[in-house]
Design a binder for this molecule. Structure first.
Ligand SMILES: Nc1nc(=O)c2c([nH]1)NC[C@@H]1CN(c3ccc(C(=O)N[C@@H](CCC(=O)O)C(=O)O)cc3)C=[N+]21
Length: 281
């Protein structure tokens, strides 16, 4: 039996509860506020940011997008982030990645106050996560955990194989899976005989960024397959890393792209913005 896991439907369901939480906060004189900083104008970032803005408005959050030209200096950007750190009306800060070449991403990420770091990318929050004492966690990884939970797919003692070791997805997801008692294998571009490893996965997660990367011969029968990829195919359509038609013939459950991990990322971002704002009550 094959199950399609709709991140879109799960996100919609949970957003209802979030609305109530925002109303509660409003009654206490608090409107959760999120600031998204976008440098330059790359195509994909525009779409992601637009989706974030739409969800934030639906929930009645105080949302602001601050744009910088791609020629902005590192110093100017850092000074601006620091002004948000000190702004008492701002709960949560997100700096959309990637940043242009001339800006040191690490330095920028370290500038965001750990208390407002809604992405969970700051070294402090990353450290808490790896110590199994999470504070704010990266949204995509957190969204995947919620998606599994809501689909009654448990992680305890499961073999979870994560392909991709980025700071924004693979690594934090590795920590979350370990924290939730999975046996975790982290595979990447230097991994030898990838197929023999992915075939062992009870839960296979691909965060690679290549269309058609995961094929049916790499998947164990009945496995859960989570597709984090956001790629354009030959026809400029949005596709994940997983060859959907091929893999759906062996997988037990699978997320689509679009409508899978993407909407859960945004939901988690909203959930965490609201969590931070609750500390003001
Ligand atoms: N600081 C930072 N934080 C991020 O969370 C972050 C980032 N930088 N940089 C880029 C990635 C990517 N990301 C997505 C968010 C929403 C969708 C999304 O809404 N996807 C929809 C549809 C997208 C479309 O219509 O093209 C879906 O999958 O159904 C996708 C990808 C957040 N990221």
């Amino acid at each position: 039996m094959f199950k399609l896991i709709s991140g879109k439907a799960i996100a919609q369901k949970r957003q209802e509860n979030l609305r109530l939480e925002v109303e509660n906060l409003n009654a206490n004189g608090v409107t959760p506020s999120l600031r998204v900083v976008l440098v330059g104008n790359s195509g994909p970032s525009e779409i992601y940011v637009r989706n974030k803005a739409r969800r934030a408005k639906e929930l009645g959050l105080d949302f602001n997008l601050i744009r910088f030209d791609e020629t902005v200096s590192e110093k100017e950007l850092i000074e601006f982030i620091d002004s948000l750190n000190h702004d008492k009306t701002v709960d949560a800060i997100l700096v959309q990645l990637p940043l242009p070449q001339h800006i040191n991403e690490e330095k920028v990420v370290q500038t965001v106050s750990p208390n407002k770091d809604v992405d969970g990318f700051s070294p402090i929050n990353f450290g808490y996560l790896w110590q199994n004492n999470p504070n704010i966690i990266p949204s995509t990884a957190g969204g995947i955990m919620t998606l599994l939970e809501e689909s009654d797919i448990t992680t305890t003692a499961k073999h979870v194989v994560i392909v991709g070791r980025s700071n924004i997805v693979g690594r934090p997801l590795g920590a979350l899976m370990l924290n939730s008692d999975a046996t975790v294998t982290m595979a990447h571009s230097k991994t030898k005989d990838l197929k023999s490893i992915t075939k062992q996965a009870d839960i296979l997660i691909s965060a690679v960024g290549k269309a058609h990367f995961i094929t049916a011969d790499m998947v164990k029968k009945g496995a859960t397959v989570i597709d984090v990829g956001m790629n354009r195919d030959e026809n400029d359509r949005l596709v994940g890393d997983v060859d959907f038609d091929d893999v759906s013939s062996v997988a037990g459950a699978m997320t689509p792209v679009p409508g899978g991990v993407g909407p859960m990322t945004i939901l988690t971002l909203m959930e965490q913005t609201i969590e931070i704002a609750k500390k003001r009550v």
